[in-house]
Write a protein that binds this ligand. Structure first.
Ligand SMILES: Cc1cc2nc3c(=O)[nH]c(=O)nc-3n(C[C@H](O)[C@H](O)[C@H](O)COP(=O)(O)OP(=O)(O)OC[C@H]3O[C@@H](n4cnc5c(N)ncnc54)[C@H](O)[C@@H]3O)c2cc1C
Length: 271
């Protein structure tokens, strides 16, 4: 049988095509074989291996496992022999025509394009991460209020220092909005980068506490981590997250964020 003709030849059995031959794909394929001995099963894997343990890569790097080959749990041939699964490594699915139930496949080693028909389709091509680029995170239990109450809040005489921040709830909303978004880096920050003193002063005002004294960096004797914070300006633009994710910070500035934290604390105390 010529592989290019697979799309036009319809056998009596249904054909399941699985795209992706690692953990999810091969689990689906072997489970399908157990449940449906009659099924014709084709797995398309663009890489050279099936069922390799990505989780084991750190052990290869550390030397605890000798080579990457030792991470392969089952080879394509083992799937062919043991499960009657037609595994095609170095075959990349390029597009799927759901109406025609046909996949365009690139045979990478032969630089040829072929088409494969399917009755059932399982896509197991893995996931790509979205990396939220997060500036100073604050929220209930971690904010200027806690530092003021603990007597560890500082006001530093460093004119022009500006930093972005984001309320933890807005991170959660950003992550939810990103589930359906194209992969990429999105900045989740509020709309008003500002001097840290402004946040401390506003929090003190809400708590009806005096402002901490204005100090130089040396006088404040900050930890190396806190000093690093004051060593740079970080003004983070959130335009892409708004444009692409449709995300809007529920707490557009530290003022809304601090008010929300205080309101949550008060309602918790009242209940
Ligand atoms: C370094 C590292 C350490 C990890 N440690 C752990 C751990 O300790 N515990 C844990 O639970 N998880 C761990 N994981 C995560 C785990 O490896 C993944 O969750 C798992 O591999 C996901 O399996 P998957 O089949 O969904 O996707 P993947 O493993 O990403 O497999 C998808 C497959 O689809 C193929 N593919 C993609 N597109 C196409 C296409 N168009 N055509 C054909 N083939 C295609 C890819 O080549 C790939 O082989 C770790 C991952 C890494 C990288």
């Amino acid at each position: 049988m010529c592989r290019e003709n697979l799309g036009s030849l319809r056998s009596v059995a249904d054909r399941l095509v699985v795209i992706g031959g690692d953990a999810a794909g091969m689990t689906a394929a072997t489970n399908a074989r157990r449940g449906r001995p009659d099924l014709e099963i084709v797995v398309l894997e663009k890489g050279p291996h099936t069922s390799y343990s990505a989780c084991g890569i750190p052990y290869v790097v550390s030397g605890a496992v000798g080579s990457l080959d030792d991470l392969i749990v089952r080879t394509p041939q083992e799937f062919r022999d043991g499960f009657r699964i037609d595994v095609r490594t170095r075959h990349e699915a390029r597009s799927i025509d759901l109406d025609a139930r046909r996949i365009e496949v690139r045979a990478l080693d032969h630089e040829r394009t072929l088409h494969i028909g399917f009755d059932l389709l399982h896509i197991a091509t893995g996931a790509r991460p979205l990396r939220p680029d997060l500036p100073g995170i604050y929220g209930p239990g971690r904010s200027a209020f806690d530092r003021l109450r603990a007597g560890t809040a500082h006001r530093i005489a460093l004119p022009g220092q500006v930093f972005s921040r984001v309320h933890v709830e807005d991170i959660a909303l950003g992550v939810l909005a990103a589930f359906d978004a194209p992969p990429g880096a999105y900045n989740l920050a509020d709309d008003e980068p500002c001097h840290q003193n402004a946040v401390i002063e506003h929090a003190a005002h809400l708590l009806r506490l005096p402002h901490p004294p204005l100090q130089t960096l040396e006088e404040a004797a900050l930890s190396p981590m806190a000093r690093a914070f004051y060593a740079e300006n970080r003004r983070v633009a959130n335009g892409k997250a708004k444009r692409v994710l449709g995300w809007r910070p529920r707490h557009p500035t530290y003022r809304e964020g601090l008010r929300a934290i205080l309101a949550a604390e008060q309602s918790e105390q009242a209940s």
